[in-house]
Design a protein around this ligand. Structure first.
Ligand code: UDP
Ligand code: MG
Length: 321
């Protein structure tokens, strides 16, 4: 079997403290994988500089001069982790058979890469790296992170629990991912939409080896909000549901106020005022919900996502092998 060429995609933002520690570890792992016959000779480590303001890019350039396995690309400015990963994936797409995206801070266990490649060679086109435990995270980080996944799922975004952006993708998947033309990207939610056979590899998440996290609570909430609004129209659906509920209550209110008037328990004018108020507010919320449904449809249409993705045909000789 021909060995797959692997590109390891490493986004870096202001990481001059941690790169000198982890770059050597990445190289060691990759050269080991090449030596063990897991991946091909043309495999590379591709750093994506996400508009760093420190010496990260200079450091990456130095690495590329030192060893041919190191490569770097730089974004014109800081665009955020998700965009940096996507830039790396798209750059690598034509140059390799598989990519593995991984953070540069050494938190994700590099040894899991071998297992990912093995899963790929067993037929998986997507391999999700899943954290087996969060013991190294502080309580607060663990609590917020785990509830982030629950909230996302409840909001109708299909994501793999405790999987971040450590994953293997085949070039077929990358080619299909390219067709997802949306600007607000949340890769964790998009990859399951692409489909294809997938597998999971469990790994231990370590402490950051140096430097500081760029994902404080504020950014994590922003990421969650982005993920939900980019992938789900469930918030709109909740408004519609609420609109129905209020509309029904309001119509009951109309009947009640009229009954009260007939029973003579009211002052003149009260029933008509309450009826109008209930009726109009019910109608209004319901209408807003219905309009929202259409806006949700328009929103999803504007993304112009592929309507289908074919994985196999009987013509390409893949059947039964
Ligand atoms: N990162 C990036 N652009 C950003 C923020 C972060 O490319 O605007 C990279 C960062 O260099 C790291 C990865 O994304 O490789 C994850 O960031 P971090 O370790 O700070 O997040 P945490 O692991 O704490 O969630
Ligand atoms: Mg990190």
């Amino acid at each position: 079997m021909v060995l797959p060429e692997l590109f390891i995609i490493v986004p870096c933002y202001n990481e001059e403290k941690v790169l000198p520690v982890t770059a050597g570890m990445f190289l060691k792992k990759l050269t080991q994988m090449i030596a063990d016959g897991e991946v091909g000779e043309n495999s590379r480590i591709l750093f994506v500089n996400d508009g760093s303001k420190d010496g990260t890019w200079e450091y990456i350039c130095g690495l590329a001069k030192q060893d041919k396995h190191f490569m770097g690309i730089a974004q014109s400015r800081n665009r955020g982790h998700q965009n940096a990963v996507l830039a790396g994936l798209m750059y690598a797409k034509e140059r390799c058979d598989i990519t593995i995206s991984i953070d540069c801070d050494g938190q994700d266990d590099m040894d899991a890469m071998s297992e990912m490649v093995a899963a790929y060679r067993n037929g998986a086109e997507v391999v999700y790296g899943v954290r087996s435990s969060r013991e190294t995270d502080r309580f607060f980080k663990r609590f917020t992170a785990e509830n982030f996944y629950r909230l996302m799922n409840w909001m109708g975004v299909e994501i793999v629990f405790n999987h971040a952006d450590y994953r293997l993708l085949s070039s077929r998947v990358l080619n299909e991912l390219e067709k997802f033309q949306e600007v607000n990207i949340f890769l964790r939610g998009m990859i399951p939409l692409v489909g294809f056979p997938s597998a999971k590899v469990y790994y231990e998440r370590h402490e950051r080896l140096a430097g500081e996290s760029h994902y404080p609570l504020k950014k994590m909430l922003a990421l969650a909000a982005d993920g939900i609004t980019s992938l789900s129209v469930k918030p709109i659906r909740l408004i519609t549901g609420f609109g129905f509920f209020v509309a029904i209550l309001s119509f009951v209110g109309v009947v009640w106020s009229v009954v009260q008037a007939f029973l003579g328990k009211t002052v003149p004018g009260w029933s008509s005022t309450v009826s109008i108020l209930c009726f109009l507010s019910g109608i209004q919320l319901l209408s807003l919900g219905i309009i929202g449904e259409y806006i949700g449809k328009i929103y999803m249409e504007t993304k112009r996502r592929p309507r289908y993705i074919i994985s196999e045909t009987t013509e390409d000789g893949k059947q039964g092998d």
